[in-house]
Design a binder for this molecule. Structure first.
Ligand SMILES: C[S@@+](CC[C@H](N)C(=O)[O-])C[C@H]1O[C@@H](n2cnc3c(N)ncnc32)[C@H](O)[C@@H]1O
Length: 202
């Protein structure tokens, strides 16, 4: 019989769409071993392709979900696509408050605010920020000198690293208004958008 956490996750994965392929292409391209996912809610797909993942969320439903860590670990053990042992941890806290983990190879930012800004101290130099621009996190990373814009993931879940100058371009050559992004917590309407963006911490 299926476990409760497994049922909850599978229902969630059906709703948001399977993200495994997205995490897989990024993991393969950059040889990711250790990741941090602030604002993860219950999206545990990263653990299917990344051996060590720390999830972080302060929503009580997410905290309740991760209380069933044994069931989650069992599910990942049965579905993971790597040989190493899987290590899953969860921090049930606000990601803007201090936390102490070893530096990671990848930070995942999906629909959860300014993750790339608030948690970049946990990303090793040379590490990757995978983010979308739903809440403007990609726009802020583009303006941030700590990050270099190195690619996008298109809707076919392929990484593209060429013609990056076509992105983050506003009509009438306007520049990105950082304050507006922060206030509205929303990405801007650029001439060309990608589903996900890739930045390297420099
Ligand atoms: C819209 S959901 C997205 C969940 C997941 N990233 C996904 O794409 O399926 C946003 C999640 O971010 C969490 N979140 C937002 N701000 C947060 C913060 N400051 N600290 C911790 N979690 C936060 C919320 O609790 C929520 O679970």
């Amino acid at each position: 019989m299926k476990s409760k956490a497994t049922d909850t996750y599978q229902e969630y994965a059906r709703k948001i769409g399977d993200r495994k392929v997205l995490y897989e292409v990024v993991t393969k391209k950059f040889n990711i071993q250790v990741a941090l996912y602030p604002g993860s809610h219950i999206d545990i797909a990263p653990s299917i392709v990344i051996p060590t993942v720390t999830y972080m969320d302060n929503f009580k439903g997410a905290i309740r979900f991760f209380n069933d860590i044994d069931e989650i670990e069992e599910y990942i053990e049965q579905n993971k696509e790597y040989l190493d042992k899987s290590e899953i941890s969860f921090l049930g806290q606000d990601y803007t408050t201090p936390f102490d983990i070893k530096e990671v190879d990848l930070i995942i930012s999906q629909y959860a605010g300014f993750v790339g800004q608030a948690t970049k101290q946990a990303l090793k130099t040379g590490g990757i920020l995978l983010c979308n621009d739903s809440h403007g996190d990609a726009s802020l990373a583009k303006l941030d000198e700590d990050y270099e814009f190195i690619g996008i993931v298109n809707s076919q879940k392929e990484i593209e690293t060429e013609h990056l100058e076509d992105y983050f371009v506003l009509p009438k050559e306007k520049s990105i208004d950082r304050k507006l992004v922060e206030q509205k917590m929303k990405g801007l309407k650029y001439k060309k958008n990608a589903e996900n963006y890739l930045f390297r911490k420099v």
